[in-house]
Design a protein around this ligand. Structure first.
Ligand code: ADP
Ligand code: MG
Length: 600
């Protein structure tokens, strides 16, 4: 076989396949062009999921009639002139190949009128070849109509997704763009019906209402005001009890460009620190701004990924901002009464699965309703012998001794089913799941120790070292993780190839004695076989240890132990869920009690 050059048409088709993979990619390019043209209103129309017809109309600056041919030529752009420009791209487009690519694989009409001209000019192209040109009346701006996408690339056409799936993906794209550009009015029509519109009045809150619905939008938490620094993160995130089944609702905009990033998504989820139930994801709209020359946008064919010069700093900034918003919002769940009708909107996505007929049919975390400081509730003074007993007994099962003079927020009334603590607190009654609560307390203590640089060593030396014999795989794993467990408070010394001498255990588990060594064995056995990234492994070590060491449902607790546990729980960042995301506390308010008893 001899080598020969491809015809320009074939080369263009092949190249087009890179940039325009599906109708969604064409829609994205056309919307980006409209935004680069300074449009304040962008209308997107679809038929057949965009494969039959995709039309984007804007009121931007328009294209000079003499430039129409250039606009659809390869590597022709008005946005980048010299190679230096590529180091700091401020426009969404810069490669000058989108229109050329779409034109190569469709029947395209480009119609445009710059504001200073009386009439519009149009150009029709089929499979990259100009077939007609003319003038007509039209409002200022540009309209690009793409028909029969991939009509001349049957292989690609065959593999297109269903029209419904593609329409949905384009709807998602348009909502993302509306979130990034609240000052632009977006309209989406699918098969002639309006599917989405934004107001374009510049208000992010209004855009959030359009994209997520009023209820969800009202609950999203604004990030703290960004500091004056090179990297600024603003936007909104969901409170921990509002979550979705997929990561689709986490949006990142970098200098107003919508990007996908697994690493940034992980940074956001990490900020929720296990307050989300397994498999659930937050809602977030994050606007990241940084100097143009600190981000490389030319790393992905569809420009949907970027590379940061100072990646670590960007992740830290995102995580810090999200975490502050989430921690500030941590309140206490409210119980909604069983008797009052419980209205869970159809398709509502943020509730817990609820068995019918449960007394507390639905609880709700209200942001901005911390227990502390909102009411003038005073706990009843504790009887004197409580205080004495506290110091002596509470350490026994719950590790950290009580400060007897510190009266907590709750007055403990008792334990039911050896599982739940009943307490009176601000505005009513509280039920606390003893295992979930203790798990949360221990988890946060461990985690602080592991992540907090220079945290005081918190170990309790055992009177007699305990030998820990492991299988070869767990032993090798523990060898490599020795530092993690040292941070948690376990002093380990190798004692033969698969045996360790445990000389000290975490102070929080001091009262457990040799049992604390068994917890370590359980954690090592559980984690040694699993492969996961470092950060996740340390996180899992914290929860696994907390889970094994926490008091269990069925354990009888003394009054003092319950007081100690509640006091520790109050000090947690995320007091109202266990590390697996299950609730630790439910609340029945005075008003609800009165309603239940027919007092009002
Ligand atoms: P790029 O956006 O990378 O420059 P495109 O192929 O998407 O490349 O567009 C080529 C050129 O056509 C743009 O640089 C711009 O000058 C012009 N253009 C495209 N769409 C529009 C539009 N909607 N309004 C005004 N000018 C446009
Ligand atoms: Mg473009």
């Amino acid at each position: 076989m001899r080598i020969h050059r491809l015809s320009p048409e074939l080369a263009a088709k092949i190249a087009a396949g890179e940039v325009i993979e599906r109708p969604l990619s064409a829609a994205k390019e056309l919307i980006e062009n409209a935004l680069d043209a300074g449009a304040t209103s962008i209308r997107v129309e679809l038929r057949g999921g965009g494969a039959e017809l995709l039309r984007v109309t804007d009121d931007g600056c328009g294209i000079e009639p003499d430039d129409l041919e250039l606009a659809i030529a390869r590597y022709a752009t008005s946005k980048v002139a010299a190679s230096d420009d590529l180091h700091a791209v401020a426009t969404l487009g810069f490669r000058g190949e989108a229109l050329a690519s779409i034109a190569a694989v469709s029947r395209l009409e480009l119609l445009s009128r710059p504001g200073h001209l009386e009439a519009a000019a149009f150009l029709r192209v089929e499979g990259g070849i100009a077939i007609a040109r003319g003038r007509c009346a039209a409002p200022p701006g540009t309209q690009v109509t793409v028909r029969d996408l991939f009509f001349n690339v049957p292989a690609r056409r065959k593999f297109l997704r269903s029209a419904i799936g593609e329409s949905r993906a384009i709807l998602h794209l348009v909502t993302a763009m509306a979130l990034a550009y609240p000052e632009v009015r977006f309209t989406l029509l699918d098969e002639g019906e309006e599917r989405f519109s934004s107001l374009g009045n510049g208000s992010l809150q209004d855009a959030l209402v359009r994209c997520f619905g009023a209820d969800t939008a009202a609950r999203l938490l604004p990030l703290p005001q960004p500091e004056e620094s090179a990297i600024r993160v603003s936007g909104v995130v969901s409170p921990p009890d509002l979550h979705r089944g997929s990561r689709q609702h986490v949006f990142f905009f970098v200098n107003r460009r919508w990007i996908q990033s697994r690493a940034l998504t992980a940074a956001v989820e990490e900020a929720y620190q296990t307050t989300l139930p397994a498999g659930r994801h937050p809602v977030a709209v994050l606007d990241i701004r940084l100097p143009y020359d600190q981000v490389d946008v030319n790393v992905h064919p569809s420009k949907s990924e970027v590379r940061f010069l100072r990646e670590h700093e960007v992740f830290t900034a995102v995580q810090r901002a999200v975490r502050r918003a989430v921690v500030d919002a941590a309140g206490v769940p409210l119980v909604r009464s069983s008797l009052a009708p419980v209205v869970v909107p159809a398709g509502s996505d943020n509730g817990w699965p609820e068995p019918p007929g449960r007394l507390f049919a639905r609880y709700d975390m209200l942001p901005g309703r911390p227990i502390r400081g909102t009411q003038d509730w005073e706990p009843a003074p504790k009887p004197a012998q409580d205080a004495q007993g506290a110091g002596a007994r509470s350490g026994a099962a719950l590790g950290t001794p009580l400060a007897p003079d510190e009266s907590g927020l709750f007055r403990v009334l008792g334990q039911i089913g050896r599982t739940y603590i009943v307490a009176e607190g601000p505005d009513g009654m509280y039920l606390i799941d003893q295992h979930a609560a203790h798990e949360r307390v221990l988890y946060e203590q461990f985690r602080r120790r592991l992540l907090g640089p220079g945290a005081p060593s918190a170990s309790q030396v055992l009177l007699q070292p305990v030998a820990l014999e492991l299988g070869p795989v767990p032993a090798a794993w523990l060898q490599s993780e020795q530092e993690t467990f040292a941070c948690l408070g376990y002093a380990l010394e190798p004692f033969g190839p698969t045996t360790w001498l445990v000389r000290a255990v975490p102070a929080a588990l001091a009262s457990k004695g040799a049992a604390a060594v068994e917890y370590l064995r359980a954690v090592v056995d559980e984690l040694a076989e699993q492969r996961m990234p470092d950060a996740e492994r340390r996180e899992r070590a914290c929860w696994s240890l907390a889970c094994h060491a926490a008091v269990k449902a069925g354990d009888v607790l003394t009054h003092e132990e319950m007081i100690a546990l509640l006091q520790q729980l109050e000090r947690c960042d995320f007091s109202r869920t266990c590390p697996h995301g299950r609730p630790t506390i439910v609340h029945l308010s005075h008003a609800q009690l009165e309603r239940e008893f027919g007092r009002r």
